[in-house]
Design a binder for this molecule. Structure first.
Ligand SMILES: Nc1ncnc2c1ncn2[C@@H]1O[C@H](COP(=O)(O)OP(=O)(O)OP(=O)(O)O)[C@@H](O)[C@H]1O
Ligand SMILES: [Mg+2]
Length: 508
C-alpha cells in the first residue's frame, strides 16, 4: 500500500493556545485511520491544515509521496481531498443541488450541465442509499439530511482522500450503519479515509489503525486489532471512564411539565406532532427515544416556546404556558439545551462570556441600574469555564474559537447554572468526549436527585437507557410506548421506534 497522506511534525499555535504540537499522522490508500482524542485535542485543526483552511507553523505534508503546500481548500479539492466538516459549510438559502455543484468549473460556454449533475448525484444516492431532495433549500433540511448533503458533495467531487470530522455525531443509528458501509465501499475502492469520532464502538468497528491525541500531542498510535475501549479512553482523557452514574432511589413528585393533546406542524406544514400526551414529574428524568426526524424537534420547540402548537395545551407547574414567550418560560424555571448548538442558543461571534449570560444578562447581579457589571460578568464566566472544564485561555475569547465539544460545554454551563425546575436536554452530549459525557451525565442526574425534572431527548439509545426513569418512544409524531427504567431494553424499544408496534396508553 502506498501512503496517500503523510503529515509530519506539524505544529500550530494560536495566541495563547498550542493547537498542535509536533503531530504526525499517515494514511495509506484503502485504509481508514481513526483520529480520536478529547475535546480541544487538536483533531479538527490538523484536518483544517490538510484541507488548506489553516496553514501549519511547522511541518510538512506529502500526498501520494509528493511534497505539497496546500494553501487553500481549492488546492485541496484539486489534489483529491474531500472534507465533511464538523460544522456544516452549506449555503442555507441555496438548494441541495446548488450546494453540491458549487465550485464546479463550468463546461464550455460558461455553463454547468445541471442535468448531468443531477444524474450523477442520483447515482451516488442510489449506490449509497442516501436520499435527499435535490431541489429543497438547505435551511429546510434536518441536521441529519444536511450531513448527508455534505457527504454526497465529497463523493460527487470524486475525492481520493476523505476527511470525516465527526460525521456520525448527527446521524441516527441506522444512518450511521449506512455510513460505515459507505466507508467500507470507499475503502475497497482505494480511498484513504480519516475518520474523527468520539464513539469508541465505531472506531473499533471500522478503522484499521488509530491515532490518539491529547492536548495537542499524539498520545498513542496503534493498530485497531491491538486496541480496546478502556485503553483508548485512558489515552484520550488520561483515566478510565465509568458511565454508570449512581443515583438516588426513584421518588417522583408533583407534575412539573404536562402536555395534553398537542398537535403541531413542521417547517413544511406537515403534521409533526399528533395528539401527544405525557407529563414529567419532579425528581424524574423522562427520556424520549426515537429515530431523529419523528417529531422530536417540534416537540422540543413547542415546549420551549419556539413554535406554537396547532392544538393542545402545555403546562408548567399547572399553569398554561402554551402562548407564553421564551423569556417568560425561562423565568418560570425552564431551561433548554438545544439540539443544534450553532443554530439556536449560541453566537459564534460573541465572547464565551457573553454566551454564558445570554439568558440572564438583564438580571442581578449582572445588571445594575441598567448597566452591565463587567467585573461580576467576568468572575462568573471564569468560574463557569473552570467548573465545566471549557478549554480556553480565558472567557473573553470568541465562542467561535472553541473546539466543537467545548462550545457544547458552554451551553450546558449556562443552562444548568440557573438551577432550573425543568431542564429540556436535547442531544446533550453530542460531540463531547467520553470524559465530558461522564461529567454531563453526572450533572443531569444531579438535577433529578435535587428533585427537579428533566426531559431528555437523545438519538443515543445508550444515553436514554442509562439516564431515564421513564422512557417514551416516538414515531411519526406519536408516542408509541412507555417503559419504566427497569423494563426497558434496547431491543424492546427498537421495535416501537420503527413504528412496527404501538401500545394503547392510559392518558395521564
Ligand atoms: N481560530 C482559533 N483561535 C484560537 N484558538 C483556536 C482557534 N481554532 C482552534 N483553536 C484552539 O485549538 C484547540 C484545538 O481545537 P480543535 O478544534 O482542533 O479541537 P478538536 O480536537 O477538534 O476538539 P473537538 O473534539 O471538541 O471537536 C482548542 O483549544 C481551540 O480552542
Ligand atoms: Mg473538532
Amino acid at each position: 500500500m502506498s501512503l496517500a497522506i503523510e503529515m509530519a511534525h506539524i505544529s500550530k499555535r494560536y495566541s495563547g493556545v498550542t493547537a498542535n504540537d509536533d503531530v504526525s499522522i499517515s494514511v495509506s490508500a484503502g485504509e481508514i485511520l481513526g483520529l480520536i482524542g478529547e475535546n480541544g485535542a487538536g483533531k479538527t485543526t490538523m484536518m483544517k491544515m490538510l484541507y488548506g483552511m489553516v496553514s501549519p507553523d511547522e511541518g510538512d505534508i506529502r500526498l501520494f509521496g509528493k511534497p505539497v503546500k496546500i494553501t487553500s481548500p481549492h488546492v485541496a479539492i484539486k489534489a483529491g481531498i474531500g472534507m465533511v466538516h464538523q460544522h456544516f459549510m452549506l449555503m442555507p438559502n441555496m438548494s441541495v443541488l446548488q450546494n453540491i455543484i458549487l465550485g464546479q468549473t463550468p463546461t464550455q460556454w460558461d455553463f454547468i450541465d445541471e442535468k448531468a449533475a443531477v444524474k450523477q448525484i442520483d447515482a451516488i444516492m442510489d449506490e449509497y442509499d442516501m436520499r435527499v431532495d435535490v431541489g429543497e433549500k438547505i435551511f429546510r433540511l434536518s441536521v441529519g439530511e444536511k450531513q448527508r448533503v455534505e457527504i454526497i458533495k465529497s463523493l460527487f467531487r470524486k475525492a481520493k482522500i476523505l476527511i470525516l470530522d465527526e460525521p456520525t455525531a448527527v446521524l441516527t443509528p441506522h444512518e450511521t450503519d449506512r455510513l460505515l458501509e459507505v466507508m467500507q465501499q470507499l475503502k475497497a475502492n482505494g480511498t484513504a479515509i480519516i475518520f474523527i469520532t468520539h464513539k469508541l464502538r465505531e472506531v473499533m468497528k471500522i478503522t484499521d489503525k488509530i491515532t490518539v491525541m491529547r492536548r495537542g500531542r499524539v498520545t498513542g498510535n496503534l493498530d485497531t486489532r491491538d486496541a480496546n475501549p478502556e485503553l483508548l479512553s485512558n489515552l484520550m482523557v488520561g483515566r478510565s471512564v465509568d458511565l454508570n452514574i449512581p443515583r438516588n432511589p426513584y421518588n417522583p413528585g408533583k407534575p412539573v411539565l404536562e402536555l395534553e393533546g398537542v398537535f403541531a406542524k413542521d417547517k413544511r406544514g406537515l403534521t409533526a406532532l399528533h395528539n401527544v400526551n405525557f407529563l414529567v414529574r419532579a425528581g424524574e428524568i423522562v427520556g424520549i427515544a426515537g429515530v431523529e426526524g419523528n417529531g422530536q424537534t417540534e416537540l422540543i420547540e413547542v415546549i420551549a416556546g419556539i413554535i406554537s402548537p396547532t392544538r393542545g395545551t402545555v403546562r408548567l407547574h399547572h399553569d398554561d404556558i402554551t402562548g407564553m414567550s421564551v423569556r417568560r418560560r425561562r423565568e418560570k424555571g425552564m431551561s433548554h439545551i438545544p439540539e443544534d448548538r450553532l443554530r439556536v442558543g449560541t453566537s459564534r461571534d460573541c465572547s464565551i462570556r457573553d454566551n454564558l449570560i445570554l439568558n440572564r444578562y438583564y438580571q442581578k447581579p449582572f445588571s445594575r441600574n441598567f448597566l452591565l457589571d463587567n467585573g461580576a460578568l467576568l468572575r462568573f464566566s471564569e468560574e463557569q469555564c473552570e467548573k465545566f472544564s471549557v478549554k480556553t485561555p480565558d472567557s473573553t475569547y470568541l465562542l467561535g474559537t472553541l473546539s466543537g465539544g467545548n462550545m457544547q460545554k458552554v451551553v450546558l454551563a449556562r443552562e444548568l447554572e440557573v438551577n432550573p425546575d425543568l431542564l429540556i436536554a436535547a442531544q446533550p452530549t453530542r460531540g463531547v468526549d467520553i470524559g465530558a459525557i461522564e461529567t454531563i451525565h453526572q450533572k443531569i442526574v444531579a438535577v433529578r436527585d435535587a428533585g427537579k425534572s428533566v426531559l431528555l431527548i437523545s438519538a443515543e439509545l445508550d444515553e436514554i437507557l442509562s439516564l431515564s426513569d421513564r422512557i417514551l418512544v416516538m414515531y411519526e409524531g406519536e408516542i408509541m410506548a412507555e417503559f419504566n427504567r427497569e423494563d426497558a431494553t434496547e431491543r424492546k424499544i427498537a421495535v416501537y421506534m420503527t413504528g412496527a408496534k404501538k401500545v394503547k396508553r392510559e392518558i395521564p
